[in-house]
Design a protein around this ligand. Sequence first.
Ligand code: FRU
Length: 490
Amino acid sequence: MMSQMLRDARAYEEQRERLIAPPDRPAFHLSARVGWMNDPNGFSYYQGKYHMFYQYYPYDSHWGPMHWGHAVSRDLLHWEYLPAALAPDVSYDHAGCFSGSAVELGDGRQLLMYTGVAHEVVENGELRDVQTQNLAVGDGVNYRKYTKNPVLTAADLPAGGSREHFRDPKMWRESDGSYRMVAVNLAAEGGGQVLLYRSDDGLRWEYVGVVAENRGRIGAMWECPDLFTLDGTDVLLASAQDMLPRGFEYHNGNGAFYLLGRLDPQTGRFTEQSDHAADYGIDFYAPQTVLTPDGRRVMIGWMQNWDTCNLRTKSVAWFGQMSLPRELHVRNGVLYQTPVRELDALRHDRVEHRAVTVENGEVTLPGVMGRTVDLEIELEAGDFTRFAIWFARSSEYHTGVSFRPHESVLKIDRKFSGSRRAIIHQRRAKVRHEGGKLKLRLILDRYSAEVFVNDGEQVMSATLYTDLTAEEIAFFADGKATFSVTKYDL
Ligand code: FRU
């Protein structure tokens, strides 16, 4: 039986969604059906479609008791909303159905695992969260919570692990049909740790060991882990709260990162080789990956930043969008990200300008403008101290990326995007180039910009809420710069 709470959410979202005109949303990024969206959940391929669930509060454009929203797609770019999948309607999840994942069971049903949050009263009378892992089984639209929930509790943690911070299970299936799952926990000595679990049937789970611990290196608590093998390397993806900046690598606050190394499947221990930010922009968190039927590892993150998102006015009809789906590869000790190749099919109206020179000023180019565009820019080595691309521009507004070759710094800057809040508006990254030679691919989708640097060696993502009439694109140089640009409308 479906709960009244889930029925209400489904009726509400269906009715309210009609009030949002499609042009008021991103064109090919998934956004909240109505109300609030955060983390991607249950990103999977099931019965011929990609499924994306997400942290969802339909009744407000701010975070609230978490439901799971649901959408499906054939190409990862055109999404169709399905009815909300989960509501916080039972005792062990009454304070929220937090993040989790999805796999297909041996019998063809879809299995969801999510974190149930309940409250307990502690000694001083205050309420504290209790987080447990729970299952729901369904047919791709409707899900029934498992009668034996919760399936993992504080009893399944290593010594000293926190029952208050035990969340975000990401499951996958091994080639022998058995299941694995990673979740995060707050370790006895403080700081996040990633734990590995295994199961033969997807229903009964057991603890294997600690995969990796933070030990004060990257923020404090970790969230939303994912673990997979790619190009002969094991990749542990996670997101950290409360980071301090480390050079140009990590920024203050929450951020997604990855560790490259080698997993010992018996003990679960991950031997690390390196760590890097998963995105060098302002808005990217809690990414999850899927393995596509043709063997690609594709990642989608929440294109937002926890420290700034609750500042949006309460009156907006939707808040929160996902990043572009990005194909991943490990090369030269780095996780490369490129927009999924399905995006190529959306490209039309190609415009190309070769060997354009701009000197101590700016140029605009015929046919190069718009807020849903794919722009490839190849900058030649040259005698310039700064090169910039300004977009979402009008007489009042602009957002931009600027490159200072002498500092090897690329900066994304949305100060003039129309924001009226004292939030982070810019972020810088160290980039690789030879004498100023740099390759950029900029994807704009109305309310976001994603900049892929050097064929995906780094990415910088940021949201912007500039009025859509601001659609000029201009190229600027201090000194003399030469570049080629290929533009497609999307
Ligand atoms: C990460 C996160 C998760 C949690 C969810 C709650 O953004 O804090 O750890 O499951 O959001 O909405």
